[in-house]
Design a protein around this ligand. Structure first.
Ligand SMILES: Nc1ncnc2c1ncn2[C@@H]1O[C@H](COP(=O)(O)OP(=O)(O)OP(=O)(O)O)[C@@H](O)[C@H]1O
Length: 360
């Protein structure tokens, strides 16, 4: 095998694998609530993984755990691994083993995060130029003149006209959509390998939302970047994701290609979520009851007879139980369930094994 072939194959390795991650916060009395409960997720290079689920399902805590920006206490990383390999030529490392100093080399540099509200990231008392330049100089060894050039290019890349004069403006002088673009410019100026986008367009009107998402897709293609897109908007998922993880009560219930999630959802919760999707001309409903009043996945009935590659499971039974794990019940389609005893199928780490983005 030539070196080139070996390298190309190597690049098919995931950029990130989250394994059995659990994060808790204080609950009632001495009990702790698991905001993230044995979560497994995999992201490949240049892939967009959408994490979807209702409010409080653990999407943001999962993303914030990657950067270790959960306040501890009260939060606690209970266990798990966040395996990170930004480049196939460097060894895989567990970010949860990193100390604060090591994490600073990752945050905003290898992995950047953007939020729903750009003012969370932008400081109102500094010009946007000062802020982008500071971010660039923190992470890249460039002089001031070079950092100004990078800032101008970053603003121009996100579609801001006359970027040199925009650098001198303060955040409040910009519209919401513009601020969102500035935040993306700041996040991307350091060319991260992974962008964590937490509801990046929820606060924007539909036209600007479409523009920003189009921009992210374009930047992803040109910058060789993976995106973890957190959203509760299934329309955004359908348009932007390669793979989808459905979260509920801190657990990943289903993980599959975007096509499989929409065309052949297997978990009853995902089916409910899709039914609650607004349809033109119909009123929007809240998510219907999940499964017979069960509120946590463990309460769902156990004993689902998993037959690998059989795609018509009985939706009434078998998605819970304390032993529920993610099983690949058909190719590239993982569901949280408990196989009936005697079934040889083994739980496995979800993740697509090829770069779908290249085929897009
Ligand atoms: N600092 C904190 N202290 C206590 N509990 C917290 C804290 N941060 C998050 N949680 C809890 O963790 C759970 C998961 O929250 P998370 O923000 O990840 O949900 P989410 O799916 O991102 O929801 P949303 O769409 O509303 O952002 C929630 O029950 C929340 O109350």
């Amino acid at each position: 095998m030539s070196n080139d072939t070996a390298k190309n194959q190597n690049q098919l390795d995931p950029i990130m694998q989250i394994e059995q991650l659990s994060v808790s916060f204080p609950g009632q009395g001495k009990k702790r609530n698991f905001a993230v409960n044995n979560v497994n997720l995999t992201i490949y290079p240049r892939q967009t993984l959408a994490v979807v689920g209702e409010s409080g399902s653990g999407k943001s805590v999962s993303a914030m755990s990657i950067l270790q920006i959960i306040p501890t206490p009260p939060g606690k990383y209970e266990h798990g691994k966040i395996l990170w390999q930004p480049d196939p030529n460097v060894p895989v490392e567990n970010l949860l083993d990193y100390n604060e100093k090591q994490m600073q080399t990752v945050r905003g540099n290898q992995i950047a995060m953007i939020f729903q509200e750009p003012m969370t990231s932008l400081n109102p008392v500094y010009t946007i130029g000062e802020q982008i330049i500071e971010a660039v100089r923190l992470h890249r060894t460039v002089d001031r003149a070079q950092s100004i050039e990078i800032a101008i290019k970053a603003l121009s890349d996100v579609g801001i006209a006359d970027p040199a004069s925009r650098l001198k403006e303060y955040p409040h002088q910009l519209s919401g959509g513009m601020r969102q673009r500035v935040m993306i410019a700041m996040a991307l100026a350091c060319e991260p390998k992974l962008l964590l986008a937490d509801e990046p367009t929820t606060a924007l009107d539909v036209t600007i939302q479409a523009q920003i998402l189009e921009l992210l897709r374009h930047l992803q293609d040109t910058q060789d970047m993976s995106i973890m897109l957190i959203t509760h908007d299934l329309g955004v998922v359908a348009e932007n994701a390669d793979v989808v993880a459905v979260m509920y009560a801190g657990r990943v219930l289903e993980f599959a290609t975007v096509e499989n999630i929409f065309e052949r959802p297997l978990h009853p919760y995902t089916r409910g979520l899709l039914k609650s999707m607004p349809v033109l001309g119909q009123s929007v409903h809240r998510l219907p009851t999940v499964v017979d009043g069960a509120t946590i996945p463990e309460d769902f009935p156990a004993g689902y007879h998993v037959e690998p590659h059989v795609t018509t499971p009985d939706p009434e039974i078998g998605y819970g139980g304390k032993d529920a794990r993610l099983y690949e019940v058909e190719p590239e389609h993982w569901v949280l369930c408990t196989p009936a005893s005697g079934n040889p199928i083994q739980p496995s780490q979800p993740g697509l094994r090829y770069r779908r983005v290249m085929a897009r």
